[in-house]
Ligand binder design. Structure first.
Ligand code: BYC
Length: 491
């Protein structure tokens, strides 16, 4: 049975539904962390101006979570980003919840940290927490080139919610891990995306997000890794982690919407401009670019880049870390409870794609060791819907071109395929050939210069840059030409 008593307490500095008002020690620890978080936000959050006004001073039409109930948890209003009410919100407790998988399957879910698994659990929470501020850092310059106020608002919404997701993990660290939890919470504010001395923990979170096409690809693919990982952690036998992740997933869905519709609107603008100017050949790049839109082959190269970087986030296809976390009941599979098996996996196998004698083949391996491969396969399936919708815009304009997901072995740094030279179509090449053809596969310096020139800030309500189509509807029951970011009047 699900209880829905969890209204959010807004009377405290930190909005929450975890009874912070009654837990003085925790409240003090979090209130001590808060100013450091705000310093981080001001240093590493969105930077730049709309006209003369810093983004941080503008009023942004943001949604804030005010309840964790299924309906009506979000409230829209103008908010200055540093005043956003970052809060600690857990999905409602499920009465009588049991551990759904692993060695402890069927035992009551843990409400406190199981001592034997403390280090493993802390590591999972820290890694999850580290990605959240990392993405804000990666995206901090994008407001300067926002193609509309609508998009600028979506960017800032994603940013404040990633900030809240950091809060979610910091709550778990501070509430359940004592002194080392507090130290980890500080470290989360110290690491920096791309910094050679104190980088973020996972590869893709140290890459740049230099432009809006990358932003939309990131929110489509990399936020979807977030979804898959959160779904796996939402199964956790450690109930506070499960409840935290379940609520985060509600916010994550909007981020993927931003990515899916963002890429779709770019593809649509290109396809329609080509059709309107009688261009059928997607490789007439100069002509297409002169229309102020992004050519489809470049969109494919960006897709190849972000998809492959994201696949690395699943870790090695075969992993004892993943096996241990599952066996312990800490991290499950995507839709664990809907899977029809014993949820222990001690005797089953899973087919993992491997390169055998120069060919990609499915090889059965113990299922417990193949959990990262399985989650990655679920991710690839989940990615397909958006790509199909993007291709519909191209077909509707009468253009022969299809965007495709590259082969899973393409451009990988982690796991089974690291060190191989594989093309997006899955041909195994040698290093020299691959490098000679790199410009076909991945964005080039020319692409970068072209995109940089193309991206200019648009701030008139209802206006959009040439390279992106208008969205079908607005946000939070407002029309598309609503003033989503309001610039304070200067005196
Ligand atoms: N980069 O057995 P292995 C999100 C390390 S995104 C660097 O292969 P494992 C979001 C690994 O740490 C979701 N290092 O992999 C999205 C280990 O190191 P140690 C984030 C890597 O452990 C957008 C060693 O290699 N959440 O929320 O089974 C915006 C061997 O590990 C990488 C999570 O990831 C890499 N790519 O799986 C905002 C969930 N991959 O310990 C937010 C929590 C592996 O030997 N994390 N390594 O020093 C996990 O479940 C797992 O740690 C991983 C790796 C899936 C990341």
């Amino acid at each position: 049975m699900t209880t829905f008593a969890d209204t959010v307490d807004y009377s405290t500095l930190i909005p929450n539904n975890v009874g912070l008002a009654e837990d003085q020690k925790l409240r003090r620890a979090l209130e001590k962390w808060y100013p450091k978080y705000l310093d981080w936000w001001k240093d590493m959050g969105p930077t730049g101006f709309i006209h003369e006004t810093p983004f941080q001073e503008a009023d942004v039409w943001l949604r804030t979570a005010v309840s964790v109930e299924r309906d009506g948890w979000a409230k829209f209003d103008y908010v200055k980003m540093p005043e956003y009410r970052w809060g600690i919100l857990l999905a409602p407790a499920e009465e009588g919840r049991v551990i759904p998988f692993g060695e402890h399957k069927g035992e009551p879910a843990w409400q406190e940290v199981p001592g034997a698994y403390r280090a493993m659990l802390r590591r999972l929470i820290v890694i999850q927490g580290d990605t959240e501020p990392a993405s804000v850092e990666q995206q901090r310059h994008l407001g300067k080139t926002a193609p509309s106020l609508y998009d600028m608002r979506n960017l800032f919404q994603v940013n404040v919610e990633e900030g809240r997701h950091l809060w979610a993990m910091v709550y778990l660290l501070q509430r359940y891990f004592g002194r080392d939890g507090r130290e980890e919470a500080e470290e989360l504010l110290r690491r920096r995306s791309g910094d050679p001395d104190r980088p973020r923990m996972l590869g893709a979170f140290n890459e740049e997000t230099p432009d809006w096409l990358s932003f939309f690809m990131f929110t489509y693919f990399t936020d979807r890794d977030g979804k898959m990982q959160l779904e796996a952690l939402a199964q956790s036998g450690f109930d506070p982690l499960s409840r935290t992740c379940r609520f985060m997933l509600a916010e994550e869905a909007h981020h993927m919407f931003v990515g899916a519709t963002g890429v779709g609107r770019i593809v649509k603008a290109t396809a329609e401009a080509m059709r309107d100017h009688g261009i059928d050949d997607p490789y007439e790049v100069e002509k297409i670019r002169s229309l102020g839109v992004i050519d489809l082959p470049l969109i494919q190269r960006k897709l190849n880049l972000h998809f492959s970087l994201t696949l690395d986030l699943f870790g090695s296809e075969e992993s004892t870390n993943a096996a241990n976390a599952f066996h312990a009941g800490l991290k499950g599979r995507f839709h664990e409870t809907a899977i029809d098996d014993d949820h222990r996996l001690l005797d089953s196998t899973y087919p993992v794609t491997k390169l055998v004698d120069g060919e990609f083949r499915q090889v059965d391996v113990p299922a417990l060791n193949a959990l990262n491969a399985r989650l990655r396969d679920d991710f690839v399936e989940d990615c397909k819907g958006g790509v199909r919708r993007w291709n519909r815009y191209i077909a509707d304009a009468g253009i022969e071109f299809e965007l495709t997901l590259p082969h899973v072995a393409f451009h990988r740094q982690i796991g089974e395929f690291a060190g191989l030279w594989v093309s997006p179509t899955g041909e195994v090449l040698d290093e020299n050939t691959w490098n000679a053809r790199r410009g076909e596969f991945l964005p080039t310096d020319d692409d970068r210069v072209f995109i940089e020139d193309l991206m200019q800030q648009v701030t008139e309500p209802g206006e959009f840059a040439t390279w992106i189509a208008r969205p079908q509807k607005g946000i939070g029951s407002q029309p598309v030409d609503f003033e989503y970011v309001r610039i304070p009047a200067t005196t």
